[in-house]
Design a protein around this ligand. Sequence first.
Ligand code: PAF
Length: 280
Amino acid sequence: MKIVATLDELRPALDELRAGGKRVALVPTMGNLHEGHMRLIKNAREHADIVVASIFINPTQFGENEDLSGYPRTLEEDTKKLIAEGCHLLYTPTRPVMYPEPDLTRVSVDKITTLHCGASRPGHFVGVATIVLKFFNQVQPDCAVFGLKDFQQFTVLKTMVSNLFLPIKMIGVDTGRADDGLAHSSRNNYLTAREREQAPALYRILCNAKAAIEQGEHDLAKVTRTAKEALHNAGFTPDYFNISRRIDLEPATENDHELVILAAAFLGKARLIDNIQVDR
Ligand code: PAF
């Protein structure tokens, strides 16, 4: 696996890998790679000949009270994992490479970004859309692979790609989970041993809400209330638990059949997010 950190290195490396019309998949990450990321790399290999991963801890998607400086930096281990998974090129740009001065441009997707995580983390999705568009322009991949644990992020980015006519196929990969249901996430590192035992309750509660809707419960406010109470009882402080329609993540109405339940909740220092899709 080749490792590059500047645009001057990236361009010839990509030209060489692309020779003969090979298709390129991009997997953007912030590093601290876990099994969930490895699923993305595997998936990328199924969709393209060449897999490019990026590692960049993007400052513009962190809020003022969020711990950018404490975000885990594990480049050596990450590199080994990517090699083992068959990644072809790792791109690890620095901040000046991604945000050259004067740094005056941001990408903003309206509406969807004001809901759910966007309501709790103002400006977060502007940071995400901006950095991902920069990566898309630099790498010019045929497809890009993201985890569906961040369902809202995927919806925002799909909308950006569609609105801006970017010729990139967006691939969402189902959430990887531990045997007890906890979604793989870098945030799990913040959990104490006791919290790690409590954490799978988030997914269990999502599954229970899904089951209630599938069994015909129409009162979605009641399903939400029950779920939030269960989260409290399991030791969480819920941030949100929203039953939404899949298409635009607006609150689900009687007439919506393709739903997604999105949840975020604090457990100790960790803010865990997860979601589940429901068809009724
Ligand atoms: O999902 C992430 O890890 C980040 O939000 C992303 C897409 C790499 C942008 O920094």
